[in-house]
Design a protein around this ligand. Sequence first.
Ligand code: ADP
Ligand code: MG
Length: 250
Amino acid sequence: MSNEVVVSIRNLTKRFGKTVVFEDVSLDVHRSEVVAIVGPSGAGKSTLIRCVNRLHPFDEGSLQVLNHQLNKGSQFPSKQVLNDIRTRVGMVFQTFNLFPHLSVLENVILAPIEVKKVPRKQAIQQAMELLDMVGLSEHANKYPKRMSGGQQQRVAIARALAMEPEIMLFDEPTSMLDPELVGEVLDAIQRLAKDGMTLMLVTHEMQFAKEVADTVVIMADHRIIEKGPSREVLENPRTGRAQAFLKRVL
Ligand code: ADP
Ligand code: MG
């Protein structure tokens, strides 16, 4: 982990209408840091990471992502800024969201060719390297529906990486998978972490968080109730609320 802060969340508040999703959330993420965000359902975890790549606006506080200072309110940043953020901050969702009418390879090369104007030949070469990294180079010409959920999610990871992001956001990437397929996706994420990728990961996999994350953030009751080094937070939570949550999930 370096000293460079790549995501700076300061006193962030997010509402949907009158409903407060979270309040006064502050968090710094450093380059190459792995931050796991855990907490009960409805705590605002997804909404928080979606604010980082500006899928959602926020209401109070400030948010810096890479070299961009995002303003509060519904006023969207310029298209140029938005594109820059979406290129440099990759996201993988709970559902795989692959394009069903495109092969695995075509899924992976689409954005580099369309958005980054990478020459097709170069995009294919890079895609094959990424598919190899997630153990799927043999499946490049298959269609998503012919693959298991774990394989599809690994394609989704390769597709996000094809944009060469500096930060990767994961929103419960394994929660839709059969238990026996969870490991292969977590392995791919762990490899990214080892390679020095900056990761913000919402997960219910507490053992994985303990082993792979530098920092664990627990969200509950519309705020961050605890954050710190992963082992410290997961093994010796300070607040009763965090203890109660962890007792249920560990
Ligand atoms: P988590 O990911 O921790 O389960 P979410 O960020 O998905 O929590 O949701 C937090 C709260 O915000 C929930 O109460 C949810 O109902 C509400 N919420 C999420 N998205 C929307 C939306 N688009 N419109 C209105 N309310 C929403
Ligand atoms: Mg969620």
